[in-house]
Ligand binder design. Structure first.
Ligand code: ATP
Length: 213
């Protein structure tokens, strides 16, 4: 069965934490393709500080040499907030009965029960949760218990991604890189360099356009 990974984010800016996790999941779980989906108006957070064309251009620059990584612009082309459930539904309509996997960091997964129509998400896709090696479920906080229960109910072996189109949750350890876009924006705002946290091509764009100053 054809299998596609879907990696959504604000990518404000895209950094090696995103890219390395996406690559390790791509190689380890044998996706035919990883689609990076920049969000337009994120429902769960403040407006991004850089416009969507610039965020898109940075993602393009970051993945230009990586085979099977593609940009999916559907959230930027859509009016209104970027709900992942709508994105997955529209991919399902486009791609038919393939395997779709929503890739997310553990932090994002623990907040999933607050997402718009989150239960529908698992009817449309699998979820692959990238976590730090050695992390345990009992470290989750009270507010995150629903996500932990969901994981216990739906947890599956990685082979499910090749066998079924949707419905499983797969936990995968990836190399932990403690990089966040928030910290990168702060660094640049304070006049420091963000080099070696992001691809050089992305850093050159930030410098040229004076982003995040
Ligand atoms: P911000 O600091 O602005 O909140 P971010 O760096 O967390 O941004 P997002 O675009 O919000 O990046 O995240 C998109 C996805 O990437 C989420 O699923 C998140 O869990 C994951 N992610 C972010 N940083 C890392 C990282 N360092 N390692 C692995 N996954 C990450």
């Amino acid at each position: 069965m054809r299998s596609i990974g879907v990696f959504g984010g604000t990518f404000d800016p895209i950094h090696f934490g995103h890219l390395r996790a996406a690559l390790e999941l791509y190689e380890g779980l044998q996706f035919d393709e990883v689609r990076l989906v920049p969000a337009s108006i994120p429902p769960h957070r403040d407006e991004p500080s850089v416009d969507s064309g610039q965020r898109l251009a940075m993602v393009e620059a970051a993945i230009s040499e990586q085979p099977d990584f593609v940009i999916d612009e559907r959230e930027l082309r859509r009016e209104g907030p970027s709900y992942m459930v709508d994105t997955l539904q529209s991919m399902r309509d486009d791609f038919g009965d393939i395997s779709l996997s929503l890739l997310m960091g553990l932090d994002a997964f623990l907040g999933l029960p607050r997402w718009h129509r989150w239960e529908r998400i698992l009817e449309l896709a699998h979820i692959v949760v990238a976590h730090r090696p050695g992390w345990h479920l009992d470290e989750a906080e009270e507010a995150e218990q629903r996500a932990v229960e969901l994981l216990e109910e739906r947890r599956a072996e990685a082979t499910i991604l090749q066998e079924r189109p949707a419905g499983g949750i797969v936990l995968r350890a990836v190399t932990p890189l403690a990089i966040s876009a928030t910290a990168i924006r702060r660094l640049i705002g304070e006049g420091h360099s963000a080099r070696y946290l992001i691809p050089d091509a992305v850093w050159h764009m930030i410098e040229k356009d004076q982003l995040y100053r």
